[in-house]
Design a protein around this ligand. Structure first.
Ligand code: NAD
Ligand code: ZN
Length: 681
């Protein structure tokens, strides 16, 4: 391939990766690979400037604006950062700075490089007025409604020191614990897992429904302040002031007097960063004094007064001893690598996730191979490659099981899914066990006094097969049961035994669970894809299990946030006779099968026979109040824009997709005032 062809190829490929990364929140290659390719392109372009293409990713900030949100121009451009993985480059950066400042003294501020989404937050008279993504650096997406869901971000700054117009910049992120929680929930209801915290944060900020955004507790660290005129002399002053004003400023930054101190900071945080509550991928080094920043200036893409040092993902090499296969509640089989224990980023790693059989194939990994294990943004390390130079005769292919490791039922693979499934939903022990765990969790029936071990014991003794059996347990059946467990990792022995006190606890927790609201029961019964928020929506909409179990696919689609996949899953679940019997047994046991929500009191008839949907936020009503008003006046709320919709009520920051669809279908759009006029007509 000649240089011109290579330049063209790299340009196309990197533009494609950028599009996937910024637009669809997908990383098709890891950052290190991306950065190396970009470096290669940049070097080639320097050598052959005549072949450099105008759409080259080296000239531009990587992001794009989307059509789902309004586009906003930045008052100050939002640039990228030059980055490097090597200390030599850092030294060169320091030399350039030294020259650029003509030998004057200077200091650096080092900060962690938070791995999330860059946000621009504009304040007007102390009030958060706008939150915008970086976009292409010149203009970004207006995601104000989503940004307002960040609890640590002040909606109002109470200080007389702030100028009437200012902007702070920061990194929106999904805390690791939150990322793990979401994935546990997704796994529980059979949703595919989110790949990593950065992509999850970026995908979340781009959702249309800010209610859904609020449920994922995003957070934000701010790291820069901009105003005209400037009110600070140094970056350090701005960090201290922002903290005082109530912004969330990570207290990990440090002032460094020399590049050697910077290097020490980098070394110190290489492993310490894993103790932070969020993913980080490096260190950002900035010149402290603003006048010196101005003196050094910018390139088209990034400031000359700052640079990012990126850590290579921490890797270790070790031997793959065996692969175990775990069966989840939905029957999905997940391979887990058992490794020869190895130290990585300060912790001993024994296991790594292998995701699915495609991943095993992609890696070409075999048993007894020496493999590379990496710790990236996620908590569980992953296998990233095989050290072929260490492959010996002991290396044997991994034979993916064709039968369920727990119940020997032949595994199946559904069209378009990466996982194999054990279809023996009703008899497979781990699926059964997981179904109990799902049923007793706090958001479901809240019978957590029946922990994992106790459930296993009850299943073993044949006392329960279905969660409905729990309600037939008696004092006599439970008292004196005992089971010994050996913990796989440590070999520790643990005895679970049911004495009088614990039996009483279990029975009273079971009794109390009968008062759990209908939405919890609906979540507890474990319909695939029905998480606790979907269960709440379904419960609210239908009001009872009888209305829900007879609901058509079409009717289900009327529920907010319910799409084809969930509707199908609900219909299929209630069509199954065993599930029907299960529900009846729970009903007999006394569980709540309808909402106790009192019907909204009728206030008038002005909206009878009319259907409504709303988008955006309103000055006089919360979402719930608006819904209640519609119902109180005899109107009906629909779940989406359809032919049956009469009115779309458009508030502030409406979702453009709803508005667009309504325009296309000729639905009448009304404002809040018109709606209020209709109420009293
Ligand atoms: N894997 C892929 O497919 C793929 C595709 C495109 C980009 N990328 C990755 O993204 C990088 C380019 O993205 P970029 O242009 O956003 O650059 P960048 O992420 O390397 O650096 C700039 C960004 O750093 C963030 N940042 C975090 N902490 C900061 C702090 N303390 N101070 C200032 N900024 C801070 C800001 O969001 C800022 O916009 C690439 O180098 C690559 O690693 C990966
Ligand atoms: Zn099975």
């Amino acid at each position: 391939m000649n240089p011109q062809e290579r330049i063209a190829e790299l340009t196309d490929r990197l533009n494609y990766y950028n599009f996937q990364y910024y637009q669809n929140s997908i990383s098709e290659v890891d950052d290190f690979t991306f950065d190396k390719l970009l470096e290669e392109l940049s070097a080639l372009e320097k050598q052959y400037p005549e072949f450099s293409r105008p759409d080259s990713p080296t000239h531009r900030v990587g992001g794009t604006v989307s059509k789902e949100f309004a586009t906003v121009y930045h008052r100050f451009p939002m640039l990228s950062l030059g980055n490097t993985y090597s200390e030599t480059d850092l030294t060169e950066f320091d030399v350039r700075v030294h020259k650029g400042l003509n030998g004057a003294d200077y200091e650096y501020i080092c900060e962690l490089k938070f791995d999330g989404v860059a946000l621009s937050l504009a304040y007007e008279n102390g009030i958060l007025a706008r939150g915008v993504t970086r976009g292409d650096g010149t203009r970004g997406d207006d995601i104000t409604a989503n940004v307002r869901t960040i609890r640590t971000l002040p909606l109002k700054v109470n200080s007389t020191a702030v100028p009437p117009l200012f902007e702070v910049r920061g990194e929106g992120f999904l805390p690791l614990a939150e990322f793990e929680r979401i994935n546990r929930e997704r796994e529980d209801i059979g949703e595919p897992l989110l790949a990593n915290p950065r992509n999850a944060a970026s995908g979340t900020f781009k959702q249309q429904d800010s209610g859904a955004v609020a449920r994922r507790r995003l957070n934000c660290y701010v790291y820069s302040f901009l105003s005209e005129p400037e009110i600070f002399q140094t970056h350090e002053e701005s960090l201290i002031a922002m903290k005082d004003w109530g912004f969330n400023v990570s207290q990990t930054w440090r002032k460094c007097g020399s590049i050697q101190e910077v290097m020490a900071f980098i070394d110190e945080w290489e492993t310490r960063r894993f103790e932070l509550p969020l993913a980080t991928d490096g260190i950002v080094i900035k010149i402290n004094r603003y006048d010196q920043q101005r003196e050094l200036g910018f390139t088209a893409k990034s400031p000359r007064w700052a640079i990012a040092f990126k850590y290579k993902a921490l890797a270790a090499s070790t031997v793959l001893n065996s692969v175990s296969y775990q069966v989840g509640r939905t029957g999905a089989v997940t391979p887990v690598a058992n490794l020869k224990p190895v130290l990585l980023a300060g912790t001993v790693v024994r296991r790594a996730s292998l995701h699915n059989s495609n991943e095993i194939e992609r890696l070409g990994v075999r048993l007894n191979d020496t493999v590379f294990v990496e710790k990236g943004g996620e908590i569980i390390p992953k296998i990233t490659g095989v050290d072929l130079s260490k492959r010996t005769e002991a290396s044997v292919p991994i034979v993916y099981p064709t039968e369920c490791p727990a119940c020997q039922t032949p595994l199946i693979r559904k069209e378009g899914e990466a996982h194999f499934y054990c279809p023996n939903e009703k008899g497979c022990p781990p699926q059964l066990q997981a179904r109990f765990e799902h049923f007793i969790q706090r958001r479901a029936m809240n019978i957590e006094s029946l922990g994992e071990g106790k459930i296993e014991m009850l299943i073993d003794r044949g006392l329960v097969r279905s969660p409905a059996d729990l309600y037939e347990l008696t004092f006599e059946k439970l008292l004196g049961l005992e089971k010994t467990f050996t913990e796989a990792e440590t070999g520790k022995i643990r005895v679970v035994s049911l004495r009088e006190k614990s039996v009483e606890n279990i029975l009273s927790a079971l009794e109390r669970s009968k008062a759990q609201p209908f939405a919890n029961v609906l979540f507890a019964i474990g319909i695939r894809y029905v998480g606790n928020t979907t269960a709440e929506k379904l419960a609210d909409y239908f009001g009872s299990i009888d209305a829900l179990r007879t609901a058509s696919h079409e009717a289900l689609l009327g529920v907010p946030e319910v799409g084809d996949r969930i509707a199908q899953s609900v219909v299929a679940w209630f069509a199954d006779v065993d599930n029907q019997a299960f529900v009846e047994r729970l009903r007999l046991a006394g569980l709540q099968m309808e909402t106790d929500r009192v019907a909204v009191e009728r206030k008038g008839e002005s909206l009878v026979g009319k259907t409504f949907l709303y988008t955006g936020t309103f000055a006089n009503f919360s979402r719930e109040e608006l819904e209640n008003e519609i119902e109180a006046h005899g109107g009906r709320l629909l779940g989406g824009v359809s032919k049956k919709l009469n009115y779309l009520i458009v508030g502030e920051n409406p979702g453009p997709s709803k508005v667009e669809k309504a325009t296309k279908m000729g639905v009448t759009m009304i404002g809040e005032d018109e709606f209020m006029a209709m109420l009293s007509s």
